[in-house]
Design a protein around this ligand. Structure first.
Ligand SMILES: Cc1ncc(COP(=O)(O)O)c(C=O)c1O
Length: 354
Protein backbone atom coordinates (compact mmCIF):
# COMPACT_ATOMS: atom_id res chain seq x y z
CA UNK A 1 0.00 0.00 0.00
CA UNK A 2 1.25 3.51 -0.80
CA UNK A 3 1.46 6.35 1.75
CA UNK A 4 2.73 4.22 4.61
CA UNK A 5 5.62 5.49 6.72
CA UNK A 6 9.22 4.42 6.13
CA UNK A 7 9.20 3.09 9.71
CA UNK A 8 6.36 0.67 9.00
CA UNK A 9 8.22 -0.77 5.99
CA UNK A 10 11.49 -1.22 7.87
CA UNK A 11 9.81 -2.72 10.94
CA UNK A 12 7.79 -5.13 8.80
CA UNK A 13 11.14 -6.40 7.44
CA UNK A 14 12.40 -6.91 11.02
CA UNK A 15 9.19 -8.75 11.90
CA UNK A 16 9.46 -11.02 8.86
CA UNK A 17 12.48 -12.62 10.52
CA UNK A 18 10.10 -13.67 13.27
CA UNK A 19 7.68 -15.37 10.88
CA UNK A 20 8.80 -18.79 12.05
CA UNK A 21 7.46 -18.04 15.53
CA UNK A 22 4.06 -17.07 14.21
CA UNK A 23 3.83 -19.97 11.79
CA UNK A 24 4.46 -22.48 14.53
CA UNK A 25 2.11 -20.81 17.00
CA UNK A 26 -0.64 -23.06 15.63
CA UNK A 27 1.50 -26.09 16.50
CA UNK A 28 -0.13 -28.62 18.75
CA UNK A 29 3.01 -28.60 20.91
CA UNK A 30 4.02 -24.98 21.19
CA UNK A 31 7.16 -23.98 23.11
CA UNK A 32 7.68 -20.66 21.35
CA UNK A 33 6.03 -17.98 23.49
CA UNK A 34 6.92 -17.68 27.15
CA UNK A 35 3.77 -17.49 29.20
CA UNK A 36 3.00 -18.96 32.64
CA UNK A 37 3.92 -22.66 32.25
CA UNK A 38 1.16 -23.82 34.64
CA UNK A 39 -1.36 -22.50 32.07
CA UNK A 40 -3.77 -21.81 34.96
CA UNK A 41 -5.54 -18.66 36.12
CA UNK A 42 -5.49 -18.18 39.92
CA UNK A 43 -9.02 -18.31 41.44
CA UNK A 44 -8.49 -14.91 43.10
CA UNK A 45 -7.89 -13.38 39.67
CA UNK A 46 -11.12 -14.87 38.29
CA UNK A 47 -13.06 -13.57 41.30
CA UNK A 48 -11.42 -10.14 40.91
CA UNK A 49 -12.48 -9.95 37.26
CA UNK A 50 -16.08 -11.09 37.92
CA UNK A 51 -16.49 -8.67 40.84
CA UNK A 52 -15.45 -5.77 38.61
CA UNK A 53 -17.40 -6.73 35.50
CA UNK A 54 -19.85 -3.84 35.98
CA UNK A 55 -17.00 -1.33 35.74
CA UNK A 56 -16.43 -1.84 32.01
CA UNK A 57 -18.63 1.14 31.10
CA UNK A 58 -16.36 3.49 33.07
CA UNK A 59 -12.91 4.88 32.33
CA UNK A 60 -10.43 3.09 34.61
CA UNK A 61 -8.96 6.16 36.36
CA UNK A 62 -9.67 4.90 39.88
CA UNK A 63 -8.70 1.33 38.96
CA UNK A 64 -5.28 2.46 37.71
CA UNK A 65 -4.68 4.36 40.95
CA UNK A 66 -5.67 1.26 42.96
CA UNK A 67 -3.31 -0.89 40.89
CA UNK A 68 -0.40 1.52 41.40
CA UNK A 69 -1.20 1.59 45.13
CA UNK A 70 -1.12 -2.20 45.34
CA UNK A 71 2.15 -2.38 43.36
CA UNK A 72 3.67 0.18 45.74
CA UNK A 73 2.35 -1.78 48.71
CA UNK A 74 3.63 -5.19 47.52
CA UNK A 75 7.05 -3.92 46.38
CA UNK A 76 7.44 -1.59 49.39
CA UNK A 77 8.00 1.51 47.29
CA UNK A 78 6.26 4.87 46.89
CA UNK A 79 3.29 5.16 44.51
CA UNK A 80 5.14 8.13 42.91
CA UNK A 81 7.76 5.64 41.64
CA UNK A 82 5.21 3.56 39.67
CA UNK A 83 4.13 3.88 36.03
CA UNK A 84 1.89 1.46 34.09
CA UNK A 85 1.09 0.64 30.48
CA UNK A 86 -0.82 -1.82 28.29
CA UNK A 87 1.83 -4.53 28.42
CA UNK A 88 5.56 -4.12 28.86
CA UNK A 89 6.08 -3.62 25.12
CA UNK A 90 4.09 -0.40 25.36
CA UNK A 91 5.91 0.63 28.55
CA UNK A 92 9.27 0.09 26.79
CA UNK A 93 8.24 2.27 23.83
CA UNK A 94 6.99 4.99 26.18
CA UNK A 95 10.23 4.86 28.22
CA UNK A 96 12.15 5.49 24.99
CA UNK A 97 9.86 8.40 24.11
CA UNK A 98 10.40 9.81 27.61
CA UNK A 99 14.20 9.53 27.65
CA UNK A 100 15.58 9.52 24.12
CA UNK A 101 15.76 12.26 21.48
CA UNK A 102 16.27 11.68 17.74
CA UNK A 103 19.98 11.00 16.93
CA UNK A 104 20.77 9.99 20.54
CA UNK A 105 22.49 6.64 20.98
CA UNK A 106 20.97 3.70 22.82
CA UNK A 107 23.35 0.94 23.96
CA UNK A 108 21.85 -2.54 23.71
CA UNK A 109 23.97 -5.50 24.85
CA UNK A 110 23.07 -8.58 22.80
CA UNK A 111 21.33 -10.94 22.64
CA UNK A 112 18.37 -8.71 23.36
CA UNK A 113 14.57 -8.56 23.19
CA UNK A 114 13.74 -7.23 19.70
CA UNK A 115 11.48 -4.45 21.07
CA UNK A 116 14.56 -2.58 22.38
CA UNK A 117 15.98 -2.11 18.86
CA UNK A 118 12.53 -1.41 17.42
CA UNK A 119 11.82 1.28 20.04
CA UNK A 120 15.18 2.96 19.37
CA UNK A 121 14.33 3.04 15.68
CA UNK A 122 10.84 4.45 16.34
CA UNK A 123 12.22 7.45 18.24
CA UNK A 124 14.86 8.09 15.58
CA UNK A 125 17.73 7.07 17.87
CA UNK A 126 20.78 5.07 16.87
CA UNK A 127 21.02 1.65 18.52
CA UNK A 128 24.56 0.44 19.30
CA UNK A 129 24.46 -3.30 19.76
CA UNK A 130 27.16 -4.85 21.97
CA UNK A 131 28.46 -8.34 21.09
CA UNK A 132 27.70 -11.06 23.65
CA UNK A 133 30.30 -12.72 25.87
CA UNK A 134 30.82 -16.46 26.49
CA UNK A 135 27.72 -18.64 26.03
CA UNK A 136 25.79 -15.61 24.73
CA UNK A 137 25.96 -13.88 28.12
CA UNK A 138 25.42 -10.13 28.32
CA UNK A 139 28.80 -8.39 28.40
CA UNK A 140 28.33 -5.44 30.73
CA UNK A 141 32.03 -4.46 30.83
CA UNK A 142 32.06 -4.14 27.02
CA UNK A 143 28.74 -2.27 27.30
CA UNK A 144 30.27 0.36 29.58
CA UNK A 145 33.07 0.89 27.03
CA UNK A 146 30.51 1.66 24.27
CA UNK A 147 29.41 4.87 25.98
CA UNK A 148 29.86 7.97 23.84
CA UNK A 149 28.79 11.56 24.38
CA UNK A 150 25.62 10.81 22.38
CA UNK A 151 24.57 7.85 24.57
CA UNK A 152 21.38 8.40 26.55
CA UNK A 153 20.29 4.95 27.56
CA UNK A 154 21.44 1.38 28.17
CA UNK A 155 18.75 -1.33 28.10
CA UNK A 156 18.81 -5.09 28.65
CA UNK A 157 16.69 -7.81 30.24
CA UNK A 158 17.52 -9.79 33.37
CA UNK A 159 17.03 -12.76 33.26
CA UNK A 160 17.87 -12.34 29.64
CA UNK A 161 15.54 -13.31 26.81
CA UNK A 162 16.38 -15.61 24.92
CA UNK A 163 19.04 -17.28 27.12
CA UNK A 164 17.45 -17.32 30.59
CA UNK A 165 20.80 -16.20 32.01
CA UNK A 166 20.92 -14.00 35.10
CA UNK A 167 23.38 -11.20 35.89
CA UNK A 168 23.95 -10.21 39.51
CA UNK A 169 22.45 -7.02 40.90
CA UNK A 170 25.95 -6.09 42.09
CA UNK A 171 27.16 -6.07 38.48
CA UNK A 172 24.17 -4.01 37.30
CA UNK A 173 24.51 -1.47 40.12
CA UNK A 174 28.22 -1.11 39.43
CA UNK A 175 27.48 -0.47 35.71
CA UNK A 176 24.82 2.13 36.61
CA UNK A 177 27.24 3.96 38.93
CA UNK A 178 29.96 3.88 36.29
CA UNK A 179 27.81 5.31 33.47
CA UNK A 180 25.67 7.80 35.46
CA UNK A 181 23.86 10.02 34.52
CA UNK A 182 23.13 7.77 31.51
CA UNK A 183 19.95 5.84 32.28
CA UNK A 184 20.07 2.06 32.69
CA UNK A 185 16.77 0.25 32.06
CA UNK A 186 16.61 -3.28 33.42
CA UNK A 187 13.74 -5.30 31.98
CA UNK A 188 12.80 -7.83 34.66
CA UNK A 189 9.93 -9.39 32.68
CA UNK A 190 11.04 -12.89 33.70
CA UNK A 191 12.56 -12.18 37.14
CA UNK A 192 10.02 -14.28 39.06
CA UNK A 193 11.52 -17.38 37.38
CA UNK A 194 15.13 -16.74 38.44
CA UNK A 195 17.41 -14.07 39.90
CA UNK A 196 16.58 -11.36 42.42
CA UNK A 197 14.74 -8.16 41.56
CA UNK A 198 16.55 -4.86 41.90
CA UNK A 199 13.39 -3.43 43.47
CA UNK A 200 14.33 -4.72 46.91
CA UNK A 201 17.92 -3.39 46.73
CA UNK A 202 18.72 -0.59 49.16
CA UNK A 203 20.33 2.63 47.85
CA UNK A 204 19.65 1.87 44.20
CA UNK A 205 21.37 4.37 41.85
CA UNK A 206 18.87 7.00 40.67
CA UNK A 207 19.67 6.30 37.00
CA UNK A 208 18.18 2.77 37.14
CA UNK A 209 14.65 2.13 35.84
CA UNK A 210 13.13 -1.30 36.47
CA UNK A 211 10.50 -2.86 34.21
CA UNK A 212 8.09 -5.65 35.17
CA UNK A 213 5.13 -7.40 33.54
CA UNK A 214 2.07 -9.41 34.52
CA UNK A 215 2.36 -11.46 31.29
CA UNK A 216 4.79 -14.11 32.52
CA UNK A 217 4.76 -15.54 36.08
CA UNK A 218 1.44 -13.83 36.96
CA UNK A 219 -0.20 -15.61 34.02
CA UNK A 220 -2.00 -12.54 32.64
CA UNK A 221 -0.44 -12.17 29.17
CA UNK A 222 -3.88 -11.63 27.61
CA UNK A 223 -4.68 -8.68 29.89
CA UNK A 224 -1.67 -6.55 28.86
CA UNK A 225 -0.22 -4.91 31.97
CA UNK A 226 3.37 -3.67 32.23
CA UNK A 227 5.05 -1.62 34.95
CA UNK A 228 7.98 0.77 35.17
CA UNK A 229 9.60 1.82 38.41
CA UNK A 230 11.76 4.93 38.48
CA UNK A 231 12.28 8.30 40.11
CA UNK A 232 9.16 10.48 40.62
CA UNK A 233 10.59 12.93 38.04
CA UNK A 234 10.91 10.18 35.43
CA UNK A 235 7.47 8.70 36.22
CA UNK A 236 5.91 12.15 35.91
CA UNK A 237 7.39 12.60 32.44
CA UNK A 238 6.49 8.99 31.50
CA UNK A 239 2.85 9.68 32.47
CA UNK A 240 2.80 12.79 30.25
CA UNK A 241 4.06 10.75 27.27
CA UNK A 242 1.74 7.77 27.90
CA UNK A 243 -1.88 7.30 26.86
CA UNK A 244 -4.10 8.94 29.47
CA UNK A 245 -5.84 5.68 30.50
CA UNK A 246 -3.63 2.83 29.26
CA UNK A 247 -4.89 -0.17 31.28
CA UNK A 248 -8.48 -1.48 31.53
CA UNK A 249 -10.61 -1.86 34.68
CA UNK A 250 -10.58 -5.65 34.40
CA UNK A 251 -6.81 -5.79 33.83
CA UNK A 252 -6.28 -3.70 36.97
CA UNK A 253 -8.64 -5.91 39.02
CA UNK A 254 -6.86 -9.07 37.82
CA UNK A 255 -3.39 -7.64 38.48
CA UNK A 256 -4.35 -6.51 42.01
CA UNK A 257 -5.61 -10.03 42.79
CA UNK A 258 -2.50 -11.55 41.16
CA UNK A 259 -0.17 -9.43 43.31
CA UNK A 260 -1.84 -10.73 46.47
CA UNK A 261 -1.46 -14.40 45.45
CA UNK A 262 2.19 -14.94 46.40
CA UNK A 263 1.65 -18.71 46.49
CA UNK A 264 0.93 -18.81 42.74
CA UNK A 265 4.26 -17.12 41.96
CA UNK A 266 6.11 -19.48 44.33
CA UNK A 267 4.45 -22.53 42.72
CA UNK A 268 5.28 -21.20 39.24
CA UNK A 269 8.95 -20.72 40.15
CA UNK A 270 9.31 -24.18 41.70
CA UNK A 271 7.50 -25.81 38.77
CA UNK A 272 9.67 -24.00 36.22
CA UNK A 273 12.88 -25.08 37.94
CA UNK A 274 11.83 -28.75 38.03
CA UNK A 275 10.60 -28.85 34.43
CA UNK A 276 13.63 -26.89 33.17
CA UNK A 277 15.92 -29.59 34.57
CA UNK A 278 13.87 -32.32 32.83
CA UNK A 279 14.07 -30.56 29.46
CA UNK A 280 17.76 -29.71 29.81
CA UNK A 281 18.54 -33.36 30.62
CA UNK A 282 16.51 -34.56 27.63
CA UNK A 283 18.40 -32.23 25.26
CA UNK A 284 21.75 -33.27 26.74
CA UNK A 285 20.89 -36.97 26.35
CA UNK A 286 20.47 -36.19 22.64
CA UNK A 287 23.86 -34.48 22.48
CA UNK A 288 22.15 -31.13 21.87
CA UNK A 289 24.18 -28.25 23.30
CA UNK A 290 22.32 -26.42 26.09
CA UNK A 291 23.41 -23.00 27.34
CA UNK A 292 23.06 -22.14 31.05
CA UNK A 293 19.58 -20.95 32.07
CA UNK A 294 18.10 -19.96 35.42
CA UNK A 295 14.73 -18.90 34.06
CA UNK A 296 11.80 -19.93 31.85
CA UNK A 297 13.60 -19.92 28.48
CA UNK A 298 16.33 -22.31 27.39
CA UNK A 299 18.70 -21.71 24.49
CA UNK A 300 19.93 -24.78 22.61
CA UNK A 301 22.28 -25.31 19.67
CA UNK A 302 22.10 -28.15 17.19
CA UNK A 303 22.07 -29.01 13.49
CA UNK A 304 19.59 -26.48 12.06
CA UNK A 305 18.27 -28.47 9.12
CA UNK A 306 17.82 -31.74 10.97
CA UNK A 307 16.23 -30.14 14.00
CA UNK A 308 13.87 -27.97 11.96
CA UNK A 309 12.76 -31.11 10.10
CA UNK A 310 12.17 -32.81 13.46
CA UNK A 311 10.09 -29.86 14.71
CA UNK A 312 8.01 -29.65 11.53
CA UNK A 313 7.43 -33.41 11.34
CA UNK A 314 6.15 -33.48 14.92
CA UNK A 315 4.33 -30.15 14.67
CA UNK A 316 6.37 -28.66 17.51
CA UNK A 317 6.87 -24.87 17.82
CA UNK A 318 10.26 -23.51 18.97
CA UNK A 319 11.70 -20.08 18.24
CA UNK A 320 14.43 -20.00 15.63
CA UNK A 321 16.80 -18.01 17.87
CA UNK A 322 18.83 -16.72 14.92
CA UNK A 323 16.12 -14.03 14.72
CA UNK A 324 17.98 -12.52 17.73
CA UNK A 325 21.03 -10.48 16.68
CA UNK A 326 24.37 -12.29 17.26
CA UNK A 327 22.75 -15.71 17.70
CA UNK A 328 23.75 -18.08 14.88
CA UNK A 329 21.59 -20.44 12.87
CA UNK A 330 21.15 -23.76 14.68
CA UNK A 331 20.14 -22.10 17.96
CA UNK A 332 16.55 -22.41 19.14
CA UNK A 333 14.71 -20.91 22.10
CA UNK A 334 12.49 -23.22 24.09
CA UNK A 335 10.02 -21.97 26.70
CA UNK A 336 8.96 -24.30 29.49
CA UNK A 337 5.31 -25.35 29.22
CA UNK A 338 2.94 -27.67 31.16
CA UNK A 339 4.13 -30.99 32.59
CA UNK A 340 2.16 -32.88 29.91
CA UNK A 341 3.61 -30.87 27.02
CA UNK A 342 7.16 -31.10 28.37
CA UNK A 343 6.76 -34.86 28.79
CA UNK A 344 5.54 -35.23 25.19
CA UNK A 345 8.57 -33.28 24.00
CA UNK A 346 10.94 -35.45 26.05
CA UNK A 347 9.32 -38.56 24.50
CA UNK A 348 9.58 -37.16 20.97
CA UNK A 349 13.24 -36.29 21.56
CA UNK A 350 13.95 -39.98 22.18
CA UNK A 351 13.49 -40.46 18.42
CA UNK A 352 15.63 -37.48 17.38
CA UNK A 353 18.96 -38.49 15.94
CA UNK A 354 21.48 -35.70 15.69
C1 LIG B 1 12.31 -9.41 28.16
C2 LIG B 1 10.88 -9.14 27.78
N1 LIG B 1 10.39 -7.89 27.92
C3 LIG B 1 9.13 -7.59 27.60
C4 LIG B 1 8.27 -8.55 27.11
C5 LIG B 1 6.88 -8.14 26.71
O1 LIG B 1 5.99 -8.31 27.76
P1 LIG B 1 4.46 -7.89 27.63
O2 LIG B 1 3.69 -9.12 27.33
O3 LIG B 1 4.11 -7.34 28.99
O4 LIG B 1 4.35 -6.87 26.55
C6 LIG B 1 8.73 -9.85 26.94
C7 LIG B 1 7.85 -10.86 26.36
O5 LIG B 1 8.23 -11.84 25.78
C8 LIG B 1 10.07 -10.15 27.29
O6 LIG B 1 10.58 -11.39 27.16
Amino acid sequence: MKNLSKASTIISKINKKRAYILKNKSSSLDFSLSENPLEKIPIGVIVGIIKNINSVNQYPLKAIQSLKKEIANQFKINIKNVGVGAGLEQVIENCFKTIVNPKDEVIIPNPSFYVFGKSAFLVGAKPRFVKPGTNFSLDLSKTAKEISCKAKLIIFSNPNNPTGQVISNKEIISLANEVAPIIVIVDEANIEFGGKSLISEKNLPKNIIILRTFSKAYGLAGLRIGICIGSPRFINAFNQISQSVPVSNLSCAAAIAGLKDKNFIKKTKEFTKKERTKLINAFKRNKIEVFPSQANNILINTDYTKFKKFLDKNNVGFIDASCFRDIPKGCFRVSIRTKEKNKKLVTLLQNYKK
